[in-house]
Design a protein around this ligand. Structure first.
Ligand code: ARG
Length: 478
């Protein structure tokens, strides 16, 4: 029997029970639910709403419930709807009237808003550690390939020579902003909703500051009980952080897929990170990268799902909000899976640096270098651009490489041309000439690699701490 059945006379149909249950997915909030209840009863006792003995008895039983759920030794049933009612029922079953005091001055509405916040707080540590390990793999690969030159692309057309390491570090920067977004989101989650009750707080003399403090909500209690029970903007925000991260990962995946194609042949992935074809014996497919690209769509789906669930809901709590969880959990699980396989795949990359260099040695990639050389000689940039453009056309029309045009023919198109213009068709020189901050110069990229190694080293200890937490995040055994 559900705990709210007092006002009902008819029995609920099984189909309805199955339709409204959330225990099949919100069971994973059990640790947060217990943590919240523990703080809540401590506060109730200190506020003299329940006795200290009752609070102690409840806390003791909560511990035993947690152990049972940890061990897969706790029976979940659709009848009891959600994790909140399961734990409360277990308390009542074990402690009778004492257990029945746990829900004093509390509603499942503020309880669920609390549990999800606590869950996301934990998750963010774990997900950040995962993102950091992808950054680490990228930086390590950048370091071992710090001299490797490749063609940089815009519009997927050859643009200018760049260092492969520079390309990899671009993703490290993107992931850093993803990490920043996640931590900003968590900072906004730092208000404690507990005490908001169903919608309008409570008539009982609770101490909301104390609840917030016990649960380490640095911004204290939330300021509007209706807002606290009705909004899931933090869920939308959290998933949108994951969606942006996934968008970045799908782009890296696309690069990896392209680079490992026969047409590019820039890299080869480790066998362990590829799959074969059931039909074509020669195939070695970059499925892991493809799946990451594909799963990005699924994470966007979660975001759209929750945004749509929340759209147009009247104030305040509506049962629709229960629908936020599956999408949220799926997005988290998907990102967690990506983070667990991706670093290994990056480390397994074998770079074909000769092939990359050959592609980057296309002299037309140095056309901008020539325009900038003319600028140094006093030619206005737009004029220099147009003259080099004419040289490119001449070369294309006459099927001749710009290095082979010869100084006289070049001068006919670019009067300012001299020997310097003939010696710039070298990707290595082109890169060495770009030592500006954020540029692809050898020294600059090495400096960036050092900077990232330092940052990641400092974060490493925090990551280690979070490892243990991550293991506890997943769903209970049954
Ligand atoms: N399982 C519910 C949810 O996830 C908990 C809150 C239920 N509140 C209610 N008034 N029925 O939103």
């Amino acid at each position: 029997m559900p705990l709210w059945d007092g006002r009902f006379s008819e029995e609920r149909k099984n189909s309805l029970i199955d339709f409204s249950e959330s225990i099949s997915f919100d069971h994973r909030l059990y640790r947060q639910d217990i943590e919240g209840s523990r703080a809540h009863v401590k506060m109730l006792a200190l506020s003299e709403i329940i006795s200290q003995d009752t609070a102690d008895a409840i806390c003791g039983e909560l511990e035993s419930i947690q152990r049972r759920i940890d061990a897969g030794d706790f029976k979940f049933s659709h009848e009891l709807e959600d994790i909140h009612m399961h734990i409360e029922s277990a308390l009542i079953k074990a402690l009778g009237d004492e257990g029945a005091r746990v829900h004093t001055a509390r509603s499942r509405n503020d309880q669920v808003a609390l549990d999800v916040r606590l869950y996301l707080r934990n998750c963010s540590t774990c997900l950040s550690a995962g993102m950091r390990s992808i950054q680490t793999a990228l930086v390590e690969k950048a370091e071992t390939e710090s001299e490797t030159i490749m063609p940089g692309f815009t519009h997927l057309q050859h643009a200018q020579p760049v260092l492969f390491a520079h390309h990899l570090l671009a993703y490290v920067e993107m992931l850093e902003r993803d990490l920043g977004r996640l931590s900003d989101c968590i900072a906004r989650i730092s208000e404690c909703p507990l005490g908001s009750g169903a919608i309008a707080g409570t008539t009982l003399p609770i101490n909301r500051h104390l609840s917030a403090e016990l649960l380490n909500f640095t911004a204290g209690p939330s300021n509007n009980s209706m807002d606290s029970v009705s909004d899931r903007d933090f869920v939308c925000e959290f998933i949108s952080c994951l969606a942006i991260f996934a968008m970045h990962m799908s782009r890296l995946s696309e690069d990896i897929i392209l680079w490992s194609s026969q047409e590019f042949s820039f890299i080869e992935l480790g066998d362990a990170y590829c799959t074969g074809s059931s039909l074509m014996p020669q195939k070695k497919n970059p499925d892991l990268a493809e799946l990451t690209r594909g799963k990005t769509g699924r994470i966007y789906g979660s975001l759209i799902s929750v945004l749509t669930t929340c759209k147009g809901l009247p104030m305040s709590y509506n049962r629709d909000l229960q629908e936020d969880k599956e999408a949220l959990f799926d997005a988290i699980d998907t990102v967690r899976k990506i983070c667990s396989v991706y670093p290994g795949m990056i480390s397994s990359i074998k770079v074909n640096s000769e092939r990359m260099l050959r592609a980057a040695s296309d002299p037309f990639l140095m056309a901008t270098d020539m325009a900038e050389l003319l600028v140094r000689k006093g030619v206005p940039f737009r004029e220099a651009h147009s003259r080099v453009g004419k040289l490119v056309r001449h070369c294309r029309e006459n099927s001749v490489s710009p290095e082979k045009v010869g100084l006289d023919a070049m001068k006919a198109i670019i009067p300012e041309a001299d020997e310097d213009c003939l010696s710039l068709f070298c990707p290595k020189k082109s890169i060495a000439a770009r030592e500006l901050i954020g540029g692809t110069g050898f020294k600059e990229v090495s400096k960036q690699i050092r900077r990232w190694k330092n940052i990641l080293l400092k974060k490493k200890q925090a990551n280690m701490l979070s490892d243990a937490k991550c293991k506890r995040m997943s769903a209970p055994a049954n």
